[in-house]
Design a protein around this ligand. Structure first.
Ligand code: FE
Length: 251
């Protein structure tokens, strides 16, 4: 791991070798393909209203090609349809920001867990039943703000946050986040004081980062479950603060 100071901004990179672009691409294709399958089988509501028979929406050309590719792969026995269904079900229902929010809320309410989380995120997160990725957790404080990017492609802590948003995968975010993180954060509506250090963490296929946001003001009496509802995906990527129940963001 190399730490490169850039004024008050620090860019942290780990080994970029072996980043698996194809894994993400294939996953997107398969997810899109199954989504298309659902679209193709869904009658148009508008058409049904004006006619006594249902019409169907025609998917886009790329979507049809994805569906055709999936069909061929299934027919040749290269992939198992049940396995594809399981992948789609996982990303639609099982993983998502609510998982990361549980980790954050636990850290806010259990100091011993927080220590383990910051020392060895992978093991601490596995305690909660969420394994599958090597995770480093970085803590936001009043003097340090962390933000996560994948400069190479779209590596992301999907086991905790689900699939990455489009902006996370955009060339603009990936390039500008390391060049001008304060400017990028400003565009997300997050303005940091000049004396707050900004650290940018560059994810890879082997190592993903999760931001532990600051616990907001006004949340002292909330239960762990209530706290988890305050935690947002963007705050765990580091492009937002967490608003308290009364709108404040600092504890
Ligand atoms: Fe990546």
């Amino acid at each position: 791991m190399a730490v490169t100071p850039l004024g008050s901004v620090t860019v942290i990179t780990s080994c970029a070798e072996g980043t698996n672009i194809m894994t993400t691409t294939r996953r997107d294709l398969l997810t899109a393909g199954l989504t298309v399958a659902g679209m193709a089988a869904t009658p148009s509501v508008a058409g049904a209203k004006d006619h006594d028979h249902a019409h169907q929406d025609v998917p886009s050309d790329p979507a049809l090609r994805v569906k055709a590719l999936e069909s061929v792969m299934v027919a040749k026995g290269l992939v198992d349809r049940a396995a594809l269904d399981a992948v789609v079900d996982t990303y639609e229902h099982k993983v998502g920001p609510h998982v990361g929010a549980q980790v954050v809320a636990r850290a806010w309410t259990d100091p011993a867990f927080k220590r383990r989380l910051l020392a060895d995120g992978t093991s601490a997160i596995a305690e909660l039943g969420h394994g599958g990725q090597r995770i480093v957790v970085v803590e936001n404080t009043s003097t340090r703000h962390n933000v996560v990017v994948c400069t190479l492609c779209s590596c992301y802590p999907w086991s905790l946050l689900g699939l990455p948003p489009l902006w996370y995968k955009s060339a603009a975010y990936r390039s500008r986040c390391v060049i001008d993180p304060r400017g990028v954060l400003h565009e997300f509506g997050l303005d940091l004081a000049d004396d707050v250090e900004v650290r940018v963490w560059d994810s890879t296929a082997e190592l993903r980062y999760l931001v532990l946001p600051e616990r907001p003001a006004g949340a002292q009496d909330m239960t762990r479950e209530q706290l988890a509802t305050l935690v947002t995906r963007d705050a765990m990527v580091g492009v937002a603060r967490i608003e308290g129940p009364h709108g404040g963001s600092h504890s």
